[in-house]
Design a protein around this ligand. Structure first.
Ligand SMILES: [Fe+2]
Length: 145
């Protein structure tokens, strides 16, 4: 049976990125506001749903997912957002966060594969697919200066 540590860690990162994306949904400013405000809403909605799927996989494996912002803060390596970034600055930060999430999911896939846990592999492949899609979309929206 797979260790659920990787899933619990991935849950903390997913929650942290969800909260961070919500912050940028509120605070983005400039002519790109409508597009980015809407894109960030889709992203944090997906991250919220993903957190639920990851947490319920932890339960299905017989463990208990963590909860609470203080607990998640201790688990995640996603940095808090800052005010004052322009659209490109926000996109750069989030593109890097999604790249990190995709890398963590890929590492998790290797661990889950070694444990013959096909369901967790499938779950994490889905997360890599979504994070890479968001990297592509945000990179395409990034204004070339
Ligand atoms: Fe909103």
């Amino acid at each position: 049976m797979i260790s659920t540590d990787l899933l619990k860690s991935f849950l903390g990162d997913t929650y942290a990125l969800m909260i961070k994306t919500h912050f940028f949904h509120w605070n983005v400013m400039g002519p790109e506001f409508p597009a980015l405000h809407s894109m960030f809403e889709k992203q944090y909605t997906d991250l919220f749903e993903a957190a639920d799927v990851v947490a319920e996989r932890v339960r299905a494996l017989g463990d208990h997912p963590p909860g609470g912002t203080k607990t998640f803060a201790q688990m995640t390596s996603i940095d808090d957002p800052v005010l004052g970034l322009d659209a490109n600055g926000i996109l750069d930060v989030l593109i890097q966060d999604h790249k990190n999430m995709a890398e963590r999911a890929k590492k998790g896939i290797k661990v889950a594969n070694q444990a013959n846990d096909d369901v967790t592999v499938d779950l994490l492949i889905g997360r890599v697919r979504e994070h890479e899609k968001q990297i592509w979309m945000m990179s395409s929206m990034r204004k070339v200066v």
